[in-house]
Design a binder for this molecule. Sequence first.
Ligand SMILES: *[C@@H]1O[C@H](CO)[C@@H](O)[C@H](O)[C@H]1NC(C)=O
Ligand SMILES: *[C@@H]1O[C@H](CO)[C@@H](O)[C@H](O)[C@H]1NC(C)=O
Ligand SMILES: *[C@@H]1O[C@H](CO)[C@@H](O)[C@H](O)[C@H]1NC(C)=O
Ligand SMILES: *[C@@H]1O[C@H](CO)[C@@H](O)[C@H](O)[C@H]1NC(C)=O
Ligand SMILES: *[C@@H]1O[C@H](CO)[C@@H](O)[C@H](O)[C@H]1NC(C)=O
Ligand SMILES: *[C@@H]1O[C@H](CO)[C@@H](O)[C@H](O)[C@H]1NC(C)=O
Ligand SMILES: *[C@@H]1O[C@H](CO)[C@@H](O)[C@H](O)[C@H]1NC(C)=O
Ligand SMILES: *[C@@H]1O[C@H](CO)[C@@H](O)[C@H](O)[C@H]1NC(C)=O
Ligand SMILES: *[C@@H]1O[C@H](CO)[C@@H](O)[C@H](O)[C@H]1NC(C)=O
Ligand SMILES: *[C@@H]1O[C@H](CO)[C@@H](O)[C@H](O)[C@H]1NC(C)=O
Ligand SMILES: *[C@@H]1O[C@H](CO)[C@@H](O)[C@H](O)[C@H]1NC(C)=O
Length: 697
Amino acid sequence: MGGVLFIISLFCNLLLLQNPSFSYPLCTNSRAAFNPKTPLVFCPYSGTVCCNSTQELSLQQQYVKMNISDFGCAALIKSVLCARCDQLSGELFRIDSVPRSVPVLCNSTVSANSSQTSQSKIDYCAKVWETCKNVSIMNSPFAASLQSQAGVPITSNFTKLTDFWQSKTDFCNAFGGASLDESACSDGGPVTLTNTAGTLSPPNGMCLEKIGNDSYLDMVAHPDGSSRAFFSSQEGKIWLATIPKDGSGGTLELDESNPFLDLTHEVHFDNEFGIMGIAFHPNFAQNGRFFASFNCDKSQWPGCAGRCSCNSDVNCDPSKLGTDNGALPCQYHSVIAEYTANGTTSEFSLATSAKPLEVRRIFTMGLPFTDHHGGQILFGPSDGYLYFMTGDGGGTGDPYNFAQNKKSLLGKIMRLDIDNIPSSVEFSKLGLWGNYSIPKDNPYIEDKELRPEIWALGLRNPWRSSFDSERPSYFMCADIGQDRYEEVNIITKDGNYGWRAYEGPYLFTPQQSPGGNTSINSISPIFPVMGYTHSDVNKNEGSAAIIGGYFYRSMTDPCMHGRYIYGDLYAGAIWAGTENPENSGNFTTSQISFNCARDSPIPCSFKPGSSLPALESILSFGEDNNKDIFLLASSGVYRIVRPSRCNYTCAKENVTAVAAPGPAASSPPSKASQLSHPYKNLMLLVYSLLLLFLSFV
Ligand SMILES: *[C@@H]1O[C@H](CO)[C@@H](O)[C@H](O)[C@H]1NC(C)=O
Ligand SMILES: *[C@@H]1O[C@H](CO)[C@@H](O)[C@H](O)[C@H]1NC(C)=O
Ligand SMILES: *[C@@H]1O[C@H](CO)[C@@H](O)[C@H](O)[C@H]1NC(C)=O
Ligand SMILES: *[C@@H]1O[C@H](CO)[C@@H](O)[C@H](O)[C@H]1NC(C)=O
Ligand SMILES: *[C@@H]1O[C@H](CO)[C@@H](O)[C@H](O)[C@H]1NC(C)=O
Ligand SMILES: *[C@@H]1O[C@H](CO)[C@@H](O)[C@H](O)[C@H]1NC(C)=O
Ligand SMILES: *[C@@H]1O[C@H](CO)[C@@H](O)[C@H](O)[C@H]1NC(C)=O
Ligand SMILES: *[C@@H]1O[C@H](CO)[C@@H](O)[C@H](O)[C@H]1NC(C)=O
Ligand SMILES: *[C@@H]1O[C@H](CO)[C@@H](O)[C@H](O)[C@H]1NC(C)=O
Ligand SMILES: *[C@@H]1O[C@H](CO)[C@@H](O)[C@H](O)[C@H]1NC(C)=O
Ligand SMILES: *[C@@H]1O[C@H](CO)[C@@H](O)[C@H](O)[C@H]1NC(C)=O
């Protein structure tokens, strides 16, 4: 693609869904907020909420039973109860930490030291205390909170706040909370989200430096917090590498001939096969445990043997599948295997290699076709469980409807407990596929039709997921589409992301469906929060494949901070998604131009006759312990660096304060710096057009 064409294809991709179904915010049950079928009547909430009419009725009954004689206090207690219905209830009740029985009540002390004087919050916590302190409340939620958190026995069902707390300060120490920092608090009505319109304009460019020449599919920061990271190649090797300090001019220190682990004898490597993911136990430094997710060929390796995902439980007859690209059904498998670092307890961080023998097989499943099998694995930052992303198993249009089939593990996100090996009773009762047990709050508890492993469903080929390192409830997952739409989803418990009833926000009609259909009315799909159509990136309706990235949380490029970055495999395009208001799940996306730093440690290649760097295919993204973001492309490893190194302007970048560039800066000007000037002018033009466009929305 020539430069001119590329510039023309730069545009602002605003995704405004007509019939929104929300994937965020989160409710107290970890599920997504929703639009209720019947409006709420007791609680003053409308729009996106966390209560249906049944749940609202039970809040009303709870309220009536409290028998509060004081009207003023009764109204406040009602609003405290109704905060359960707020679209941000998960946040108000802090589901990420100790679950609360009372939401965080807004404390005025916070606004005092804020520079933003326009935001004056009432001291709601003080108001609750002053109004209710001397009022008897039966089964008071405040007393319940004390009981559950401190184990204090409550002698009478009728309690006053003054029975437990001496003063407003005591009371607000327990229940008051911030309103102006990252987290929300209740002031008696629906939470108003912070408007981020000021940061909405996209950065005018992303600057990259090349630090490695090789191609990897996965990069995982070392759990010990050091500047090291593990890299895995699709072919079957895992390396431990040291990441050069930003601005040092160094390259990735990785000894090609000394992998941390070599699995090439077990791994089947082909177009969509290989090592698909690696994950290190949160306590890796203490226990040395780590996991690899890869594909194998049962005709090549005896360890490659498991149940076939095409079976009678899921309306699939393997004998009818025929051969796919010459392969028999379930000749290839998805495997998660556990390994251990070669070290001793308390010294696993020092290990530079792993023991080659598999410690334990976690999961094995035969695959129906030769494509779409996802395969990434990630530990949840707040729950410590292993999340495993699977694709729909392949074929055009998911012919067997596996992704919607609740008995199939294809097209799913699974959530597995790998710390507890199941008892033989649990193993056979639940018909488990491997050596893991099922977390007690997996959604099958409420939906008996679901396989117990399933956390979310309706995915086609999830390719690269990540948790926001600042907000663990933002579990981002990009899902590769078929003919029309590439999507980014926020994964929530029991969420159905629509495939193959929908492709992104569009209805999808399968060409064939031997496995049966899912009726549109039987599901409540959660639509993507970001995405693009194939025609956006390719005028010929050709190939597109989304590569999910990360929320950028480093300050290396301050203009990129807080934005979600993702790309496309074929188009070589990169987008940044900006959320507004904060915590709303409402994103605006824009394609971001990028260039290579003139002082890049490894000089970048450029497209013939163009000033644009030739990354070849973007395959994946990575994040290190500094929260810097890396592009893993077929041409090498690139780090996002300070915009000024590419002569991009970012008003927030303190250009004078940054450290002097490394040794590479004194080398002769690279092709990048010679060519970036005319490009910069073009970029300014595009940037102003973008601003113009945005001002019309
Ligand atoms: C409300 O939600 C609860 C819990 O998810 C569910 O059991 C109940 O059936 C729902 N009620 C209605 C009327 O949708
Ligand atoms: C509710 O309170 C009133 C007085 O405030 C009292 O007469 C009545 O018995 C109470 N009801 C219950 C169920 O405790
Ligand atoms: C609290 O209520 C009791 C009776 O319910 C009353 O005797 C007492 O004076 C009240 N105290 C305050 C500070 O209002
Ligand atoms: C008082 O609380 C206890 C324990 O929660 C409960 O068993 C009892 O039924 C309550 N009494 C009334 C009158 O609600
Ligand atoms: C809330 O306010 C009280 C004083 O009224 C203070 O002691 C407490 O630290 C505040 N809590 C938070 C979380 O800011
Ligand atoms: C990367 O490749 C370039 C060009 O082949 C070579 O000059 C350079 O030494 C390589 N750098 C590293 C760190 O492998
Ligand atoms: C494990 O480490 C020990 C001690 O450093 C070394 O002797 C041994 O060769 C290593 N084994 C493997 C499989 O790397
Ligand atoms: C459990 O792990 C053991 C040891 O790796 C393995 O032999 C066995 O096949 C595994 N079970 C399943 C169901 O994968
Ligand atoms: C499923 O839907 C497709 C397209 O709407 C239709 O052609 C097919 O007959 C349906 N199959 C079944 C089993 O209902
Ligand atoms: C979503 O973001 C757009 C662009 O910032 C804004 O115009 C719109 O009002 C937002 N929608 C909601 C529901 O907040
Ligand atoms: C980029 O910026 C540097 C430092 O301000 C300047 O010396 C150089 O001429 C610029 N290069 C281009 C191509 O604009």
